[in-house]
Write a protein that binds this ligand. Structure first.
Ligand SMILES: *Cc1c(COP(=O)(O)O)cnc(C)c1O
Length: 881
């Protein structure tokens, strides 16, 4: 194998055979041959003239057109049932009907995808490549129908054919290639990039198993594999002809060329092939369809003759099989670095394939390398793709022959890095030994990057040895580790946090020294956002319709600040009634889902729906919520029956979320919620004053039902720990109020909607360190009301007390790192205020309207425009033709 970096390993240029077997940098002879995509405008003429006129005419006559009428849709649907699926009128079940509907929709997307790619190639503007190890896309069909404006037509058409569109939509499995907020952000961003006509590609991995499915058995989380590709996936285009060789292990050869220049050459020891799967991403109200390219690992077809000849045939085949494990499973940790070797392999596999693809595309234009930063921007979604910084430097220096300095100046202009957390346990580090084995040349380059960086620091701050060891990419621990966040900062021209508070915090805590070195202007903020197409129009069609009827158009879906226009209707009696009715209908929809999933009856749809759905994590503090629920339960029981209705509003406490499989403290929280649910829901004395529900297997399509149904949602992380949060935005956009801490984007939500419309409580981020210090040296103060809750748990009211002891002990004896005790009273007070406010229904509904009217800022379109302008320097490319 050796150093066979073949730029043309892509069937868009050459055949798969050529790409696999050539082991030098031979550029194929220019030929006027027909190719799939990616030809330059100058080449089109040559290709055209090589095709006989008659052929061209036949071809043009049969150009594929998109369906645009019911008749055309139905014709294509039936054709797909009978040919693609090889079925008929008599055995077309709902799954088949979903498949045929999707295939028909896909046909439209693919033709627009082709035109978009040709347009982008022809115009050759600067493009943005968004690298994310997670894309939590959810379902594609409904989204495609909405974005292309075909939903009503398709609903009527499938109905004529004997199907109900909603039933077909629900046949689709979620594409759940992500853990939570970070992956969903990437999904919202690709929607906004397409909708804003930006020339943009997403790059990720096509895991065969997405995030596990969560079953709740006897109150415990049980993980079940999510084999989401069980049936044919109509939304992907398999490009098996694209085969990019990716090497691992091996050694580095050093030499000096005739001119005395030192050369390094990495000889890989194991090769895996990356094949591409493309997912068309349709924009809303535009013909622009961008590409999300996910890589899949395949065994190389090169045969190991040494092993074969030694008679070790079976082992030889097994080794190739191992290749495929690289993209078999998504690591199920959210905000936690597990440091597994296979994870690092995933990262390099994905990054090397993506960069190869990006650079191949650039090289076709025959521009000099200095122009690379004018043509491409690459965004690193967290540190997961940071090795791209090193890989690009390696390609430019080792393979393209640039000098170190010229290469490095290009590299640092190309990358931007988005930080997603300040929590130590989530910051990625890799042992130096692991790098040495897996990516020996990359380790050398990291050492050089570090050396030159530290020399720069030494020059600027002479003699500050503490500073040098604090900012070194290499942590001198045992074992020595590579700090990926530092590498990402040093290799990028901009570093951004994801909400104002978070972006300030990174500058004053974890990256403080780098602000000193680079100045504050390298560090910036882009507050996260969500796409209103999925999170309003698709998730809450009734609210979208009411809004459209008041605003007179659906233009707000492209400019979400237009929602402000709703404010002038808050005094209209009919409007307020209609608004309240939509919420009630959405709550009824959730009641039905809860019944299906848990068997629990919610008797009172007028009850206050208080919802906390997100990954289960100590920092997100579901334990604070459930402890307060227990407190409420005890308070109800301690109040004379006759006084209860006056004192308490009926409430349903709803939880949902997955725990990482190895995160035992989070799993105890799930068990406690389910145990409390069992006791409270069975207590006739409490009746409908309190119900507790844990919705199993929280995912995107469930979020679409849950978010529109909240009266109140909980975003109650320990101040300073939640970088932004995005479900806070989803709930606000759907007219739910928030109870929350002064953390993440809650701060900006408060600014936008007004502090009279949110229930804030708790200690501020600036107090957290002092409180933790106090706990360490003076112990933790457990208040009377919290002690009562601990007592009933200890007494076994919710089953075996020892099961929950580690949870309570972490608060009372182990320093209460997440400040549950410090915030408990203030949380109860905020909940009392919620009850009081909810009693005045009309006032509550007005607050709900205020939330929606002032949500405009939280559109991911706004976030993408900020990235485009402030970080990427890219322009939209209009799709009108
Ligand atoms: C939006 C979303 C998240 C992120 O929720 P946070 O409360 O911001 O952590 C996680 N999971 C799913 C399925 C989501 O849709």
């Amino acid at each position: 194998m050796g150093n066979s970096y073949n730029w043309n390993a892509d069937a868009n240029n050459v055949s798969a055979d050529e790409s696999l077997n050539s082991n030098n940098n031979n550029i194929p002879k220019p030929r006027a041959q027909r190719r799939l995509t990616g030809f330059l405008p100058s080449e089109i003429k040559a290709i055209e003239s090589s095709i006989p006129l008659k052929s061209r005419e036949s071809w043009k006559k049969h150009t594929v057109t998109n369906f645009s009428t019911s008749d055309e849709f139905e014709e294509s649907f039936v054709r797909h049932v009978e040919t693609t699926l090889a079925r008929s009128l008599y055995n077309c079940d709902e799954l088949a009907a979903y498949q045929a509907t999707s295939q028909t929709m896909r046909d439209n997307l693919v033709t627009n995808w082709n035109k978009t790619q040709q347009r982008q190639t022809a115009k050759d503007q600067k493009r943005i490549y968004y690298l994310s190890l997670e894309f939590l896309m959810g379902r594609a069909l409904d989204n495609a129908l909405i974005n292309t404006g075909n939903r009503d037509l398709v609903k009527d058409s499938v109905s004529e054919l004997g199907f109900n569109l909603e039933d077909l939509i629900s046949q689709e499995p979620d594409a759940a290639l992500g853990n939570g907020g970070l992956g969903r952000l990437a999904a919202c961003f690709v929607d906004s990039l397409s909708s804003g006509d930006y020339p943009a590609w997403g790059y990720g991995l096509r895991y065969q198993y997405g995030i596990f499915k969560q079953k709740i058995i006897e109150g415990y989380q049980v993980e079940v594999p999510d084999y989401w590709l069980k049936f044919e996936n109509p939304w992907e285009i398999a490009r098996k002809e694209i085969q990019i060789p990716i090497d691992f292990y091996g050694y580095v050869e050093h030499s000096t060329d005739a001119k005395g220049v030192k050369k390094s050459n990495w000889i890989g020891g194991e090769r895996v092939i990356a094949t591409a799967y493309d997912f068309p991403v349709p924009g809303y109200d535009t013909k622009n369809v961008n590409n999300l390219r996910l890589w899949s690992a395949q065994a190389t077809t090169e045969f190991d003759f040494a092993k074969f000849n030694s008679g070790d045939y079976t082992n030889s085949v097994q080794a190739t099989q191992r290749a495929e494990t690289i993209t078999s499973v998504l690591y199920p940790n959210d905000n936690f670095d597990s440091g597994k070797e296979l994870r690092l392999k995933q990262q390099y596999f994905w990054v090397a394939a993506s960069l190869h693809d990006i650079l191949r595309r650039f090289k076709k234009s025959k521009r000099p390398w200095v122009e690379l930063p004018d043509q491409i921007a690459i965004q690193l979604n967290d540190t997961h793709p940071t090795i791209a910084v090193v890989e690009l430097q390696r390609v430019l220096v080792d393979l393209e022959g640039l000098s170190w300095d010229d290469a490095w100046s290009i590299v640092t202009k190309v990358f931007g890095y988005t930080n997603h957390t300040v929590m130590q346990e989530a910051l990625e580090k890799w042992p130096v030994d692991l790098f040495q084995r897996l990516l020996p040349r990359h380790l050398e380059i990291i050492y050089d990057i570090n050396l030159f960086f530290l020399q720069h620091v030494e020059k600027k701050f002479p003699g500050d040895r503490d500073l040098l060891s604090r900012v070194s990419i290499i942590e001198e621990s045992n074992p020595r580790q590579i700090r990926m966040a530092y590498l990402a900062i040093i290799g990028s021209h901009k570093v951004n946090g994801v909400a104002e508070l978070h972006s300030e915090l990174i500058k004053t805590t974890i990256f403080k020294d780098f602000v000193k070195i680079y100045g504050a202007s390298k560090f910036t903020n882009v507050t996260n956002g969500i796409t209103p197409r999925r999170w309003l129009k698709q998730a809450n069609p009734e609210l979208a319709e009411l809004i459209e009827s008041k605003l007179g158009s659906d233009a707000y879906l492209k400019d979400l600040t237009l929602l402000k226009g709703l404010e002038k209707f808050v005094e209209e009696e009919d409007f307020i009634k209609a608004w309240a009715q939509v919420k009630t209908n959405n709550k009824a929809r959730l009641i039905k889902l809860i019944k299906e999933l848990t068997g629990i009856d919610i008797p009172n749809p007028e009850a206050l729906f208080d919802i906390q759905v997100k990954r289960i994590h100590e920092y997100k503090r579901q334990q604070l919520n459930i402890l307060a629920v227990i407190h409420r339960y005890l308070s109800i029981k301690a109040t004379p029956a006759a006084d209860r209705a006056k004192k308490f509003v009926p409430k349903v406490s709803i939880f949902g979320g997955k725990s990482a499989p190895g995160y035992y403290q989070a799993k105890r929280i799930i068990k406690l919620i389910n145990s409390v649910s069992a006791v409270v829901n069975a207590d006739a004395e409490v009746g409908d004053l309190l119900k507790v529900v844990f919705i199993p297997d929280y995912n995107v399509s469930k979020a679409e039902v849950i978010c529109p149904a909240s009266d109140l949602s909980e975003h109650i992380s320990t101040a300073g720990t939640e970088a932004s949060g995005t479900s806070n935005m989803k709930f606000t956009l759907n007219g739910g109020l928030i109870i929350g801490t002064v953390d993440g984007a809650n701060v900006e939500i408060t600014r936008e909607i007004g502090e009279e419309n949110i229930f804030l409580f708790g200690n501020l981020a600036e107090s957290v360190e002092d409180l933790r210090h106090h706990h360490r040296y003076q112990g933790v103060q457990i208040t009377e009301s919290l002690q009562k809750v601990f007592d009933v748990i200890d007494q076994g009211l919710f089953g075996e007390a020892s099961e929950f002891a580690p949870l309570l002990d972490s608060i009372r004896y182990q320093g209460d790192h997440y400040l549950v005790s410090d915030d408990f009273e203030s949380y109860l007070k905020a909940q009392e205020l919620v009850d009081e406010t909810f009693k005045d229904t009309k006032e509550w509904v007005k607050k709900s309207v205020a939330c929606v009217a002032n949500s405009g800022f939280f559109s991911s379109d706004r976030a993408i425009n900020e990235y485009a302008e402030g970080i990427w320097n890219i322009e939209p490319l209009s799709a009108t033709d």
